[in-house]
Write a protein that binds this ligand. Structure first.
Ligand code: CP
Length: 331
């Protein structure tokens, strides 16, 4: 078992710099905090007096709400920012928005933005000001979505051992990630966590959404545990776990795909295709889902096979763990 070290991360911006010990700490913390969600009061006083600001410059259902619920479960106060009704429309900059929340006493800022690097830029500014504020990246452009990568890891490990989710459970497992890899910050985060756990990660998608160069660049640091396929079948063969990704139409030009129908025919996760996988294969999707495009509705709604609802529940436990770790550790 990996020895756990003292938590040393002040910001959580990417999984690229996570160590095995840090993954284990997050998994163990989430496993112990998960019980709070099922208790009568659904609350512990751990972060009483702390303020968490949810700064979501891009739409979100799961991530924003689960960070809010996680903060409330730890008794933190939460400030929610909605860009449409904010002073951004009057010309206020993102950094000035963040500084405004700093002046209100925010201790943690959870930031989602359509441009890669915004959470990092705000973290640098907060450090320059010696503010003590921690930044949690809740998804930035095509770059990273670390809390999603951690909740996916937690969901997979919990499916194999609910009481003691840990990295070694994924060692040697074949995990297929299928779909729009090019636009996926979720895939970029998962590649780090799953290869760190010792899994074989098989990426599959059409060449326009899975450029060869992308895989080659990533694989340089992943110890040869990453495989690229332009057909879905080799990725699914004997897979233990399959994650399918949303086609991010809002980030695509019209030239990347012939049609959604053809995409579903070639890369959609269907019951028939899943016969290629291990008999007890489990399916994940970070959401939101285009039903009938990347996954058929009957697979998505099959409680024996689908871990999609578990991912949402895991998301709250993981975000509680992250807020707990950065909110209670004196660095
Ligand atoms: N998976 C995910 O990030 O979902 P939301 O966009 O709803 O937060």
């Amino acid at each position: 078992m990996t020895k756990l070290n003292k938590w040393t991360k002040h910001h959580i911006l990417s999984l690229a710099d996570f160590t095995p010990s840090e993954y284990e700490t997050v998994l163990q913390t989430a496993a112990s905090l998960r019980s709070v969600l099922f208790s009568r009061t659904k609350k512990v006083p751990t972060l009483q007096g702390k303020i968490v600001a949810n700064l979501f410059f891009e739409p979100s259902t799961r991530t924003r709400s689960s960070f809010e619920l996680a903060a409330k479960s730890l008794s933190a106060d939460i400030l929610n920012f909605a860009p449409g009704s904010s002073s951004l429309s009057k010309g206020e900059t993102i950094l000035d928005t963040a500084k405004t929340y700093l002046s209100m006493g925010a201790n943690v800022m959870v930031i989602r933005h359509q441009q890669a690097g915004v959470p990092e830029a705000i973290a640098a500014e907060m450090d320059k000001l010696n503010s003590g504020v921690s930044i949690l990246n809740a998804g930035d452009g095509l770059h990273q979505h670390p809390s999603q990568g951690l909740l996916d890891l937690f969901t997979m490990c919990s499916a194999l051992d609910e009481q003691n989710p840990r990295l070694e459970l994924l060692k040697g497992k074949k995990i297929a990630i299928v779909g729009d890899i090019l636009h996926s910050r979720v895939a970029r985060s998962n590649i780090y966590s799953l290869t760190a756990a010792g899994a074989e990660v098989h990426l599959a998608g059409p060449p326009t959404l899975l450029p060869q160069l992308f895989g080659e660049i990533l694989d340089r640091n992943q110890g040869g545990k990453l495989f690229l396929h332009w057909q879905i079948e080799p990725a699914l063969e004997n897979a233990d776990l399959v994650m399918t990704l949303r086609l991010q139409k809002e980030r695509m030009s019209d030239y990347l795909l012939p049609s959604l129908r053809e995409y579903h025919q070639n890369y959609g996760i269907t019951r028939k295709r899943l016969q290629l996988c291990k008999e007890d294969v489990k399916i994940l999707h970070p959401g939101p889902v285009n039903r009938g495009v990347e996954i058929s509705s009957d697979v998505m709604d099959d409680p024996e096979m689908s871990l999609i609802s578990e991912q949402v529940t895991s998301g709250v436990a993981i975000r509680m763990a992250l807020l707990y770790l950065i909110g209670t550790t004196k660095l």
